[in-house]
Ligand binder design. Structure first.
Ligand SMILES: NC(=O)c1ccc[n+]([C@@H]2O[C@H](COP(=O)([O-])OP(=O)(O)OC[C@H]3O[C@@H](n4cnc5c(N)ncnc54)[C@H](O)[C@@H]3O)[C@@H](O)[C@H]2O)c1
Length: 247
């Protein structure tokens, strides 16, 4: 049994999908969990639901990673209310797919901003509290496409590959301070992000997955819980692939 009582965890983009499953798992283990959503109402709804089901303390905050001001405002609110964040899960992400030849500059810029620059900004603000406590866990949600590429995802796969370099560098810089930094690279997980893909594309992916099924958000959440806990004390700079054998 993993116990995270006394720890505060923040999961970005935790109103649905993988982020919500991660928030739920960390709350079940006893952490106080900060739920972030692009609207405060939605974050509050999910925070209330998780508290009711797990008994853990939860806190809801509005956060849009496209805007530096939104990140700064959210971090100030969290640190005023709860103090330092011990476990940061950089989960929020979005995609705007188009074949490279037709990809608009705006779509390239926006996807790098949300998935990569936003992660840089929020991590830099929150790591200060971890440095003071001499304990921290940073877990970045990358993707299998960072390793194998994917048609129509030049922007998204580049951002997710960038997160791997970010993870490995931070792991080295923060290792002596007892802060571990790892990445999880999910394969095809059933969420809103993958729901709208055509049946043909889904079947194409499925045929390449040795386990013969798509992943569930809980498949990713379990690995994040392990990386957030003391069971992973001596693991840093790693990437854990959660993809049913796809890669
Ligand atoms: N579903 C998959 O197959 C899959 C595979 C590999 C990686 N991932 C990654 O896992 C993470 C979670 O994805 P998901 O499948 O649950 O997708 P999802 O679309 O269901 O959830 C994404 C979350 O990120 C939030 N978000 C989007 N843009 C944001 C912004 N500008 N600021 C703040 N929050 C924002 C959304 O509100 C939502 O809560 C993402 O980083 C995604 O890239 C997903």
């Amino acid at each position: 049994m993993i116990h995270l009582s006394g720890k505060t965890a923040l999961v970005t983009g935790s109103t649905r999908g993988i982020g919500k499953a991660i928030a739920f798992k960390l709350a079940e283990a006893g952490a106080t969990v900060v739920i972030t959503g692009r609207t405060e109402d939605r974050a509050k709804e999910v925070a209330k639901d998780i508290k009711a089901k797990t008994g853990a303390d939860t806190f809801a905050v509005e956060l849009d990673l496209s805007f530096k001001e939104s990140i700064e405002r959210a971090v100030s609110r969290i640190t005023e209310e709860l103090g330092a964040v011990d476990i940061l899960v950089n989960n929020a992400g979005s995609n705007r797919d188009a074949l490279f030849i037709r990809m608009k500059y705006e779509d390239w810029e926006e996807i790098l901003k949300v998935n990569l620059t936003g992660t840089f900004l929020i991590t830099q603000l929150l790591v200060k509290g971890m440095l003071r406590k001499k304990w921290g866990r940073i877990i970045n949600i990358s993707s299998v496409v960072a390793f194998i590429g994917n048609l129509g995802q030049a922007n998204y796969s580049t951002a997710k590959a960038g997160l791997i370099g970010f993870t490995k560098t931070l792991a080295k810089e923060l290792a002596t301070r007892n802060i571990t930094v790892n990445a999880v690279a999910p394969g095809f997980i059933e969420t809103d992000m993958t729901e709208n893909l055509s049946e043909d594309i889904k079947q194409g992916f499925l045929s390449q997955i040795p386990m013969g099924r798509f992943g569930k958000p809980e498949d990713v959440a379990g690995v994040v819980l392990f990386l957030a806990s003391d069971l992973s004390n001596y693991i840093t700079g790693e990437v854990i692939h959660v993809n049913g054998g796809l890669f």
